[in-house]
Write a protein that binds this ligand. Structure first.
Ligand code: 6GU
Length: 224
């Protein structure tokens, strides 16, 4: 899988992909993450990338030309399955969307800034608009980092334990059950006995009940 990210603040994305699962996935050739500075594509004086909005009003708008040229160049090099715009007014991200993106071959992510991008970019290039939740970030970069992480960890081989993605919260619309490790007794705080019983079917049953209970109290919306 290849992910191209278009941004006017490339430094914001220096850190998130340089460690742990994301770094290993790139080192092992499971995915390629390429950051592009939109400013490099501007043909305007002083590499301008934003301008005042027609009709008046506060806030700058990201201009068509630099973004259009950047996307055109990428599209001339390979076919893209999705061109995603990260924006607070997009479709709210969930595990199902992450799962479907993880099956794609080539994806472009466009990070919004200021008031957002000129509507014509959205009309003519963007295939999907994604928000990571009902709150506002100062730009799409951190949202893109969240989206990339949520996708790449699902690529087979990206995680040490292949099955662990399947037991995540949300993968079956249930929150994860409580987990414990050694010691079984920490200054009187004991691990639930069932977990040290060695009875695997009983353990699985307990975990399911705990997950269901937790989901009922915290996120009844997930149970539909
Ligand atoms: Cl994708 N962008 C911004 N700027 N804010 C957000 C968001 C995206 N998702 C939630 N809030």
């Amino acid at each position: 899988m290849r992910i191209d990210i278009l941004t006017i603040l490339p430094r914001l994305l220096d850190g998130p992909f340089a460690d742990s699962i994301l770094q290993r996935a790139q080192d092992n050739g499971l995915c390629e993450i390429v950051i592009h500075n939109i400013r490099d594509y501007s043909i305007h004086k002083q590499k301008q990338v934003d301008d005042y909005q027609f009709g008046g009003g506060a806030g700058m708008v990201m201009m068509v030309q630099p973004i259009a040229d950047a996307i055109d160049k990428l599209k001339s090099e390979r076919e893209y399955d999705e061109i995603i715009y990260l924006t607070p007014d997009g479709e709210r991200l969930n595990q199902g969307i992450c799962n479907s993106f993880s099956l794609k071959k080539n994806i472009i992510m466009l990070c919004g800034h200021y008031k957002g991008v000129d509507q014509r970019i959205r009309d003519h290039y963007i295939t999907r608009e994604i928000s990571i939740g009902d709150y506002v970030l100062s730009g799409g970069e951190l949202a893109a980092a969240v989206l990339v992480d949520s996708i790449v960890r699902l690529i087979p081989g990206a995680m040490n334990d292949e099955t662990s993605a399947l037991t995540d919260s949300f993968q079956d619309n249930l929150l994860a059950p409580p987990i414990y490790t050694r010691p079984a007794d920490y200054n009187g705080w004991k691990v639930p006995e069932i977990l040290t019983s060695g009875n695997t079917p009983k353990v699985e049953e307990w975990r399911f009940e705990q997950a269901l209970e937790k989901t009922k109290t915290r996120r009844p919306d997930l149970l539909g």
